[in-house]
Ligand binder design. Structure first.
Ligand code: ZN
Length: 221
């Protein structure tokens, strides 16, 4: 019994050691690698997240004009909305992608084939919001990224540009809204919605302004 306990602790120590080694051995200059384990935002990270009082669409105009949703949430198990420029094809390649709301970048990297460059921004919602206290907006297949992990962003700030996930698709923005404090690049399709909600619908419900109202820069949070 005692020997098996000793063996068990040796195995556990080995596992913990290799996890730590992998975590800290990657060079700091590399983009954050895909960690299959969930990262949970700590209570202090959560309490210092910028408050998002309003949301706008991340492409086209503030209410998404000049774009269309080519594959909406839950169509063919899709976990996001695929936003395209109205010109179709690759006409939107390089168009700006805006932070949908005030928040902090919690992931900016390339998690693997099929995703291309991806940014995840975490937002604190107004008290009493039924989807709160924390949501994340996720922007994928980007051609370029203009922000880094840890950076604060304002609503409407350019965070990257529309891309093709390195030639995997015609240019479009895969846009998701996720609930809760667990950060993980994850997958774009699943049998169940996981922690995702319909992104376009979420923004419409959280615009805090009429559908015809654009937001002047001075009012951006
Ligand atoms: Zn998609």
């Amino acid at each position: 019994m005692r020997i098996s306990l000793v063996l068990l602790s040796l195995v556990l120590a080995g596992v913990a050691g290799s996890v730590l080694w992998r975590r800290f051995s990657s060079p700091a200059s590399q983009p954050r690698p895909l960690d299959p384990a969930f990262i949970r935002l700590t209570p202090s990270e959560l309490s210092t997240l910028p408050l998002a009082t309003r949301f706008d669409m991340p492409m086209g105009s503030e209410h998404g004009a000049l774009t269309y949703n080519a594959r909406a949430f839950r169509i063919s198990r899709h976990l996001g909305d695929d936003l395209n420029g109205i010109g179709g094809g690759n006409s939107d390649l390089g168009d700006p992608v805006y932070a949908a709301g005030a928040g902090r970048v919690v992931y900016a990297g390339n998690p693997g084939p099929g995703w291309g460059k991806m940014i995840i921004v975490a937002h604190r919602l107004l008290e009493g919001d039924e989807l709160g206290p924390v949501v994340q907006t996720m922007y994928a297949h980007l051609d370029s990224m203009q922000v880094q992990t840890g950076q604060k962003v304002r609503r409407g700030e350019v965070i990257g540009t529309v891309g093709t996930a390195e030639g995997a698709y015609l240019a479009h923005l895969h846009f998701e809204v996720r609930l809760g404090p667990y950060v993980n690049p994850g997958q774009g399709y699943a049998d169940t919605p996981l922690n995702r909600v319909a992104a376009e619908q979420f923004v419409r419900a959280h615009r805090g302004a009429g559908a015809d109202v654009l937001s002047p820069d001075s009012e951006k949070d």
